[in-house]
Design a protein around this ligand. Sequence first.
Ligand SMILES: [Zn+2]
Length: 379
Amino acid sequence: MMQDFTFDAPGALKIEWDGARRLGGLLAARFSARRALLVTDAPLVRLGVIAPALATLEEAGFRVSVFDGTVADPPESAALDCVALGRTAGADLVIGFGGGSSLDIAKLAAVLLHSDQPLAGLYGIDKVQGGRLPLVQVPTTAGTGSEVTNITILTTGETTKMGVVAPQLYADLVLLDAALTLGLPPGQTAATGIDAMVHAIEAYTSRHKKNPLSDLYAREALRLLAANLVTACTDGQNRPAREAMLYGACLAGKAFANSPVGAVHALAYPLGGRYHLPHGLTNALMLGPVLRHNLPAAAPLYAELGALLGFGAAATDFIAGMEALMDRSGAPRRLRDVGVSAESLPVLAADAMLQTRLLGNNPVPVTESDALALYRAAF
Ligand SMILES: [Zn+2]
């Protein structure tokens, strides 16, 4: 007998090397809208990554407004500024083009440009009313999976984050153009790639919503990511490795959009909040200790993943294999190596307890003293 389950996903997924250079034709054929708001960040504009996409859009008859004010851990003001620009320009189509933060802001802009709902009223689950503008997502990193999820996270205070979760945040079209990821430096490739692996692992062991389809996506994601992470880090121009990482990260995103992540992310968020460390890096730092903490409940699932990846048949083989892979990727492995102080660990543990939504998905409960022990293990 099959357990009931729901699996949500965005509209079309297009895989095309150099597809961003042909974005105009692709969008003109699919949408009647012609006033595009492109959401990105200033470094991508400066590096020349956006220019070819702009050229093809304009050639295809689009008038494009570029919002380049996205920053890591975006504050509410970034979303509001983006919406203001879109409103002035009369935007009727939103294109997220960049890392996870740009894609997240694009989701909110598509909603807010279509309604009078204030941003403050959107936080929580299913608070978005009505529809949104057409939404296209083009990721330039292989990690967050944000292009295929229905979540936007904003920083609302000093270190507090709030999420908008609603089906309207799923895009109409996702373009995976791995040529855009060729220029990512090794450190960022490692951290974002490990983050994607964490998405797949946590989806596979999630306590409540794990289902046969999320398992399928998680397993295929892990297979691709494990086989290509080190090559993508050490040989960044390697096209097959870059393609596999971007596709794998996308599949992991589909898995955790339906079977949500747990304690690795719950413990990673306070590190991002207090120390402004990149999301992928914080997950890489916490993965090993949390895998060991979860062994009592997750051992059979870890054993399945270890066998899948060729690490060995025991659950502990999976953990050892993941740690060896992270070592080979070159990612920092200890909290002390990235500037975290030992004195701050109790505050981080207290912060982590606020992530109740995520902790509830973890296969083994995490108390505040557990959290402190996990930070100490990662230190
Ligand atoms: Zn993540």
